[in-house]
Design a binder for this molecule. Structure first.
Ligand SMILES: [Zn+2]
Length: 517
């Protein structure tokens, strides 16, 4: 079965060699007209001003991919197989046959266009980059053996293929994509590698069990560099996760080394970045009543040559599970709340703190729960509340029903920016955790901190009460990213902007929503 399949790909390969060697040179006039453009094919291009379905712009490198090359790139493995485009299409003399072809370089390979094979399998051919990268080197032959299903021997190049590299080679295109092995496995650059006519396989034990265990060498990058060309700076914008539940947050990591991050916004709301090593990281919140359609994440980075690359990424919004509640407010409580004007002033005062961005990150790691006792959640985050007699609101906070006098503890490090008694919110404390992240604690009977205090995880803030607009003793705990209310429970489970990037995955514990310790 395996041999039969191998026979099939081998026959394709011989056919390919035949047609390859008979490829005609381009007409001189075509070559001349391209040379006349005289622009550096590696130089980054600005982002398109109007959408164009004929080509895809890659802001990572500032290059376009279109037409037949795009169709080939998409069909045979895309980013994982070929990498990002490093050039535009241009004319280049091919050292393998001394002829000029339209080519485009990618991080891991080179595409060559052969108009003489239009509408056939060979219209686009991959460059023999494994051969080019090893020019002048010789690799010892493997002793001949009979091919088995576990181990292949190729008399054409006198090399063998087995184990993980064989699995990778077979499952991702075989001869047509990689060509024959031209070396055995050996150690190079700290990795086990093997060269093929069109690729270098690298084994990455640090990625064991992931799709990145075997990676392709950056032969396109290496070859372009060796010809003395200046490569485009590679930038990346990585949102995590790519789809967010209403009321949750996403982390955006930008790699813009050598360039300048001009800014980033989600649905028009500016992100606040934190420098972490050679990357910049920000957290963006999605409001709990956000419409269930993608939100646009826009990031602009200026490269060293002044070209602005614009990244546009759609962030999916997923429905949260929210409760519906009917709330009846005691008339005597309502009477004590003050006029609409007073209430608006109180709200504006609170939001002025939420909207203040401290540029340093004061928290480290996950957040703790603000209570150390068993605390039933009386109103979960995001509950849709209807007030008896009129009025509707979304409750962007968690309410814990606990007795008056229960100690309230800081869930993370931060600075107290507000500590006072208000008509609606009662005894309120706001802690600034930096980068626009705040937590707030309402309805306290007594407050134990003052403005300017630095608090650490577990420090006493105050005591539970029922001051302000409250139907009984409880702690109202909210979290804000700017003015956006987000679910604090997510921050108990996930380490946002972790010092250790391995920790970025969502680790929300799956336990009952009703009781907390
Ligand atoms: Zn509440």
């Amino acid at each position: 079965m395996v041999l039969k399949r191998l026979g099939l790909v081998l026959s394709i390969w011989f056919c390919l060699l035949l047609v390859f060697s008979s490829a005609p040179a381009l007409a001189q006039s075509q070559v001349a007209s391209v040379q006349a453009q005289a622009s550096d094919p590696t130089a980054s291009r600005p982002a398109p001003t109007t959408p164009n379905s004929n080509s895809t712009y890659f802001p990572e490198t500032g290059h376009y991919l279109g037409g037949t090359f795009r169709a080939y790139w998409q069909r045979y493995g895309g980013l994982a197989q070929f990498g990002l485009p490093l050039t535009e299409e241009f004319q280049e003399l091919n050292p393998a046959d001394g002829k000029v072809y339209t080519v485009q370089y990618f991080e891991r390979n080179r595409f060559e266009y052969h108009p003489e094979f239009k509408n056939t399998f060979y219209e686009v051919l991959l460059g023999l980059l494994g051969r080019q990268a090893t020019t002048g080197r010789t690799f010892p032959d493997a002793p001949a053996f009979t091919t088995t299903s576990r181990r292949f021997y190729f008399p054409e190049t006198r090399h063998s293929l087995s184990n993980g590299f064989k699995t990778y080679w077979e499952s991702r295109g075989g001869l047509a994509i990689y060509g024959y092995p031209i070396s055995e496995e050996f150690q190079e650059g700290g990795y086990t590698v093997q060269y093929f006519e069109r690729a270098r396989f690298e084994y990455h034990p640090e990625n064991r069990g992931t799709p990145y265990e075997v990676q392709l060498g950056l032969l396109g990058t290496n070859l372009l560099t060796a010809t003395g060309r200046v490569l485009p700076q590679a930038f990346r914008v990585q949102p995590e996760p790519g789809s967010v539940v209403q009321g949750h947050a996403l982390q955006v990591t930008v790699s813009a080394a050598g360039g300048q991050l001009l800014g980033s916004s989600l649905a028009g709301v500016k992100l606040n970045f934190f420098q972490q090593g050679d990357k910049q990281v920000a957290v963006a919140g999605v409001v709990s009543d956000a419409p269930l359609r993608p939100r646009l994440l826009v990031t602009e980075i200026k490269d060293a040559s002044g070209v602005v690359r614009r990244f546009e990424q759609n962030i999916g919004v997923l429905a949260g599970q929210f409760e519906q509640q009917q709330i009846e407010v005691d008339p005597t409580v309502e009477a004590s709340l003050g006029s609409d004007e007073e209430q608006a002033r109180e709200r504006a005062r609170v939001y002025s703190f939420y909207n203040t961005v401290t540029p340093e990150k004061l928290w480290t790691g996950r957040f703790s729960w603000p209570l150390s006792v068993k605390a039933p959640i009386t109103t979960p985050f995001g509950s849709r509340r209807n007030y008896v007699g009129g009025g509707y609101e979304v409750h962007d906070a968690i309410d814990f029903g606990v007795p008056s006098g229960t100690p309230i503890l800081a869930p993370q490090r931060g600075r107290v920016v507000l500590a006072e008694f208000q008509k609606v919110r009662g005894g309120i404390v706001i802690i600034d955790h930096g980068l626009g992240v705040h937590t707030a604690y309402f309805h306290q009977s007594r407050i134990q901190v003052k403005v300017g205090d630095m608090v650490s995880t577990g420090n006493l803030i105050g005591y539970v009460g029922t001051t302000g607009l409250s139907t009984g003793p409880h702690l109202h705990w909210e979290m804000r990213l700017g003015s956006t209310g987000i679910d604090p429970e997510e921050w108990v489970g996930r380490n946002f902007i972790a010092a250790d990037e391995v920790n970025l995955v969502n680790q929300t514990p799956s336990h009952s929503r009703v009781y907390r310790y």
